[in-house]
Design a protein around this ligand. Structure first.
Ligand code: KG4
Ligand code: ZN
Length: 378
């Protein structure tokens, strides 16, 4: 018998709903992005995000059900993101899911957003018949998070269902990698969000032109820090007034609504493109190096990379090259499943549903919801 789960996600600035069958087959996945609302502020404004979620949640859920060719009563359970995220945003999706579960008399499953990102990779790998061997090391790298986990499974002694367990290996001490992309893009007037444009422009510059020293972190070698490199870009720009003139020209282009990567590139000198390429190289190398050394220490059989920054082409390429060298399988979600979506929430909910986990009407948003326990060996 097929189990169809309606997933609902509203932790940050995407209102999303999806229906996934048996945790592996996406019947629908609808994402309403709020990027246009937040663009002029250069980042997510929490109050505006909650208001947009309120406007979008009902039509987005309706659309996900329609695209799956189902009626609401046909779903077997409802999975909602409980956290981490913005409390006002989380509450919209969570309350909507709770009310639906109550009205339809369906089980409600609470999902950790970070676990959703892990399942974005697993979902697609399973449906492509390429099942990652566990234990795996998973890098979750987005605008809000840069985290490393060890992922394992164990059989539930009760019903034999697979249970996933997570041990946190490391995380960022300051900015998330996507946040650093967005802040550097803001300094350089490349628009918001910055990641996709930096990704495109980086391929036109020399990544070895500007040398950023390696990030030194005391203590846990699997922690990250990106604020140093962000500040280095700022100082580099301050010392070069000729690059600042270009920043002003791009700012005018953005203000006129021309945000295309081609337009921004045509307003960028080789020196700016070199700076962009060098920034990206430094971030990517740091992410790849720490993740792969964690995979060695924790005897990972595969590496999973998920979150908005996992869409980055250089990051994918470098992980694949290094994975091949080491005989390690590296898995990424497709680009639509790299960024926030609800298919990953439905997939994570399916594993919990099968293991018998249920939430009740007391479920509340958990803005700082951690995933897993600290790894005992670091
Ligand atoms: O996962 P996501 O949609 O939302 C968060 O939970 O943050 O990730 C959005 C982040 C933004 O910081 C954006 O600049 C970054 O992912 N991003 C990228 C790329 N596409 C999106 N960063 C680097 N390269 C990309 N291609
Ligand atoms: Zn996310």
């Amino acid at each position: 018998m097929t189990t169809r789960i309606l997933g609902i996600e509203s932790s940050c600035d995407e209102t999303a709903a999806a229906v996934v069958a048996d945790g592996v087959k996406i019947l629908s996945s609808v994402v309403a992005s709020q990027v246009d609302v937040h663009r002029k502020y250069g980042g997510v404004v929490p109050e505006l995000a909650s208001r947009e979620h309120l406007r979008q949640i009902a039509p987005v859920v309706r659309e996900a059900i329609a695209q799956a060719h189902l009626a609401l009563a046909d779903v077997d359970a409802i999975g909602v993101t409980q956290g981490p995220g913005l409390v006002g945003s989380l509450l919209v999706g969570l309350t909507y899911g709770k009310v639906l579960a109550l009205a339809l008399n369906k089980p409600l499953i609470a999902v950790n957003h970070l676990e959703g990102h892990v399942h974005a990779v697993l979902l697609e790998a399973h449906s492509a018949g390429r099942v990652p061997k566990l234990p795996a090391v998973c890098l979750i790298v987005s605008g809000g998070h840069t985290l490393l986990y060890r992922v394992e499974t164990a059989r539930n002694s009760g019903n034999g269902a697979v249970r996933f367990s997570y041990a946190r290996i490391g995380g960022t001490r300051d900015d998330a990698a996507g946040e650093a992309y967005d802040k550097v893009a803001k300094m350089l007037a490349l628009g918001y969000p910055g990641g996709p444009v930096v990704d495109k422009l980086a391929s036109h510059g020399n990544p070895s032109a500007v040398r950023f020293g390696p990030t030194k972190i005391r203590g846990n070698p699997y922690d990250f820090s990106f604020s140093g490199i962000k500040t280095a870009v700022l100082y580099y720009l301050r010392k070069r007034p000729e690059l600042q003139a270009e920043v002003d020209a791009r700012q005018r282009s953005l203000a006129n609504g021309d945000r295309s990567a081609d337009a921004l590139r045509s307003l960028s000198s080789p020196a700016t493109l070199d700076l962009i390429a060098s920034f990206q190289r430094a971030v990517v190398e740091d992410l790849v190096k720490r993740t792969l050394s964690a995979s060695e220490q924790f005897a990972a059989q595969s590496v999973l990379v998920s979150g908005g920054v996992a869409a980055n082409r250089e990051l994918r390429q470098r992980f694949e090259e290094e994975g091949r060298k080491r005989g390690l399988d590296v898995f990424f979600p497709s680009r639509p499943l790299s960024t926030d979506n609800a298919a990953m929430i439905a997939a994570a909910a399916f594993a919990k549903f099968s293991a018998g986990e249920r939430a009740d009407a007391s479920l509340n948003a958990a803005p700082n919801f951690p995933l897993g326990v600290p790894s005992p060996t670091v």
